[in-house]
Ligand binder design. Structure first.
Ligand code: CTP
Length: 129
């Protein structure tokens, strides 16, 4: 049984989000997703998500490729989360390439290519203008 863990905000759920989760799930048997809390997102991106953490967790839980969802409350807890969920592989988007290699003693790290031309920020900007 190979367990995969990944993290993200997944606000205004879009095609790029679906693709990374499906590709992550294809790497093993069980996909666990840490959804960033509203507070963590504010600290990280300087704005509150449009969809709150409960809504975002509900959406991610409803996906066929996802087996379990939890709330990621701090960036500092990545190692604890990896250990707690006994993850064999940590998946991150390649915008983070190299940044999580420090965990390679406890799991494999796979950086997946981001889907081009879509992001939550771009969607918000498009709607605004
Ligand atoms: N992701 C992706 N392709 C995209 C957008 C996001 O593969 N076009 C991946 C990210 O690499 C990450 C996950 O989806 O692993 C969640 O990313 P998140 O930051 O929530 O989404 P973004 O659309 O990048 O949000 P923002 O514009 O607010 O940074």
């Amino acid at each position: 049984m190979i367990t995969i863990i990944t993290f993200g905000t997944f606000d205004l759920f879009h095609y790029g989000h679906l693709r990374i989760l499906e590709r992550a799930s294809d790497l093993g048997d069980k996909l666990i997703v840490g959804v960033s809390s509203d507070m963590l997102n504010f600290a990280k991106k300087g704005r509150r998500p449009i969809c709150n953490e409960h809504e975002r967790m509900k959406i991610i839980s409803a996906l066929k490729c996802v087996n379990e969802v939890f709330l990621e409350e701090s960036l500092e807890l990545k190692e604890e989360y990896i250990k707690k969920y006994r993850a064999d592989i940590l998946v991150m988007g390649d915008d983070w390439k190299g940044k999580f290699d420090c965990f390679n003693k406890i799991c494999d790290i796979v950086y997946l290519e981001r889907t081009p031309s879509i992001s939550t920020t771009e969607i918000i900007e498009m709607i605004k203008t």
